[in-house]
Design a protein around this ligand. Structure first.
Ligand SMILES: [Zn+2]
Length: 196
């Protein structure tokens, strides 16, 4: 359990981990804090966007849409490996997920199956959206996978978490399939290696 880091700390942590950061608009104050709590934070959720085109992807993640207002995450990881900061604070990315999964993340234990949607994830997770069609065929360039590894390690390092605090949306909320095209097991192995 931890309070979220400040926006400045978040930015510094990403840069210290070697992430190429793009600051978009007034990202530090773009959030959904008026709709509910933000924190304590326990982990990170990784997503794919089901979009193509970096500019459009970043725009959608910043603005959202009428039924789901933005920001839809904190950072958008485009295929070139850049991380576009679109918001900070409570963001509409994780939705409701499984309290058993949250308990496992907090305890840094292996994840149980996600079969309930009873817990507010937007309160407890940092979120990164990754530009990908999510069809299982759209490639994940190494630069993009490297950026996922680095942003995850940056946040884990700050909070003293292990790779077990990094989960895919598909491991949090029943019915979700993202991210698709690599396994979270393989990504957690990379993060574990980086954190050593
Ligand atoms: Zn998602």
């Amino acid at each position: 359990m931890a309070p979220p880091m400040s926006a400045s700390k978040f930015l510094a942590a990403l840069k210290d981990e070697g992430v190429t950061v793009v600051e978009v608009g007034d990202w530090r104050h773009h959030n959904r804090n008026h709709k509910g709590p933000w924190g304590p934070v326990h982990g990170i959720v990784i997503h794919h966007t089901v979009t193509s085109g970096s500019e459009r992807t970043v725009e959608i993640c910043r603005e959202g849409h009428p039924s789901l207002p933005g920001p839809l995450c904190h950072g958008v990881i485009t295929k070139d490996g850049r991380v576009h900061l679109v918001g900070y604070g409570r963001a509409n990315h994780a939705g409701n997920g499984d309290d058993d999964v949250l308990r496992a993340v907090i305890a840094e234990k292996a994840l149980p199956p996600d079969n309930e949607a009873n817990t507010d994830g937007n309160r407890h997770f940092y979120g990164f959206e990754c530009e990908n069609l999510g069809d299982g065929e759209d490639p994940w360039p190494e630069a993009q996978l490297d950026a996922i590894e680095r942003v995850s390690a940056a946040v884990c390092r700050h909070h003293g978490w292990t790779q077990r605090s990094v989960i895919g949306h598909l491991e949090w909320q029943p019915g979700k399939v993202d991210p698709r095209g690599f396994t979270m097991k393989s990504m957690r192995a990379r993060i574990e290696e980086r954190l050593k």
